[in-house]
Design a protein around this ligand. Sequence first.
Ligand SMILES: Cc1cc2nc3c(=O)[nH]c(=O)nc-3n(C[C@H](O)[C@H](O)[C@H](O)COP(=O)(O)OP(=O)(O)OC[C@H]3O[C@@H](n4cnc5c(N)ncnc54)[C@H](O)[C@@H]3O)c2cc1C
Length: 475
Amino acid sequence: MHDRYDYDALVVGSGPNGLAAAITMAREGCTVLLLEAKNTVGGGMRSDELTLPGFVHDICSAIHPLALASPFFKELELDKKGLEWIFPPAALAHPLDDGSAALLQTSIEDTAQTLGQDKQRYIKLMYRLTGAMKGTINDLLAPVHFPRHPLAMLQFGWRALLPAATFARRWFQGDAARGLFAGISAHAIAPLEHWTTAAFGLLLGAAGHVNGWPLVKGGSQKLADALAAELRSLGGTIETSVSVTSLTQLPKARAVLFDLSPRQLDAIAADHLPASYRQCLQSHRHGPGAFKIDWALDGPIPWKAKECLDAATVHVGGTLSEIAASERAVWTGEHPERPFVLVVQQSLFDPSRVPAGKQSAWGYCHVPNGSTRDVKDRIENQIERFAPGFRERILARSVMSPREMEEYNPNYIGGDIAGGALDPWHLFVRPLGRWKPYATPLKGIYLCSASTPPGGGVHGMCGYHAARLALRERF
Ligand SMILES: Cc1cc2nc3c(=O)[nH]c(=O)nc-3n(C[C@H](O)[C@H](O)[C@H](O)COP(=O)(O)OP(=O)(O)OC[C@H]3O[C@@H](n4cnc5c(N)ncnc54)[C@H](O)[C@@H]3O)c2cc1C
């Protein structure tokens, strides 16, 4: 460490990207201080008793295909720090009104069996994609660059550029396969008629076969705790309950990495940043918000399609047309009567999260950014549609509107859980239209949150890439 500095590296915010940035620096021998506003670490990986005593709920993220695929997390032996993955028999269930359900399972053939007339087309598609995926995951979770495996990338390439609705209608014929693909693609949090939304359906779908969609035993918080333990074992220091509001309050460090939204960086560094860059930070666009509910339940959700009990994640929204209409409405500022709802039923596979004999569930739907409308009944009506009697099992619920989500974590502006709108341009060059997206005009100051490439989700790759840049530039 240089005498002029208190630390080599300072990281603000302990989400997956903040922790990844801190660990990356500490692994290179840097002295690291991580500052976190809340009294626990984890950002979008926290869990807590939100409803009743003994019911542990994931406050934000619940399902972790991206964490499992993350090349950076793979380098860490997090199992030695207490992390245990749970793989449900199926990654995802997608129920339909006729009482059937499409089921995304590890086996491509078993999945295809649930897709009726589209069986062979699904097998053909997924064999190609899963083969390609093994060679491309590092490319996919990196900033814009020329791919190391260009041919494998091409397997995704042309299809991934398409709107999800167009791809699903051209490639599949039945409601099951089209609905399954639409639900996965809706993780784009954008209209399924938008270019590149097919990428989400293809990538997350293929990930279901290659890695699975696991959850963390005991709650997502255990992943945060394992990362924090890794940082401490490398000599890093973590201070919680420190809300950073100004650059002047920070100890001196050679590199400072902010796991924060562009808007927060603008407020914190306002006096030091050039006006043009501040304009870029302020104009960072945010996508729709999320309205979330956690339920303590007296028993499992009574799905009409019993196969839904084999999957931790259930996509509740029906057909491609319905899901597309729901996402389109949200994008244009409306609240659909029948929203597309993402449900996770962790306790079915992890009884450690609930008292004996009880269950819990987690669910959210997209709503316009900053919405103040209560859509609790619409969410529960949708679940009731595919699981009659669901409401009778509810013991307690905890509701988080977009505004409450932003109060909980100022990175979720207007309830946007992805760090920015996921449109094609934004997706690749977020947040600032620069080819060196983590750097700022201030020497030694970096942005490393989900508002930088490769974007939202728990994978830590934004933090890792930002820290690598800081190491190159500052050490
Ligand atoms: C409801 C919901 C469901 C989700 N589901 C999933 C899922 O199933 N799978 C998945 O992969 N992803 C999911 N996500 C997305 C995922 O949680 C985020 O993309 C991810 O956490 C972003 O990580 P990050 O490190 O960039 O920031 P964050 O996780 O947001 O962490 C930022 C940290 O900075 C702290 N902080 C903020 N301001 C300050 C300040 N001024 N001073 C000090 N500290 C500060 C915050 O308290 C927080 O701890 C979900 C998110 C939400 C909200």
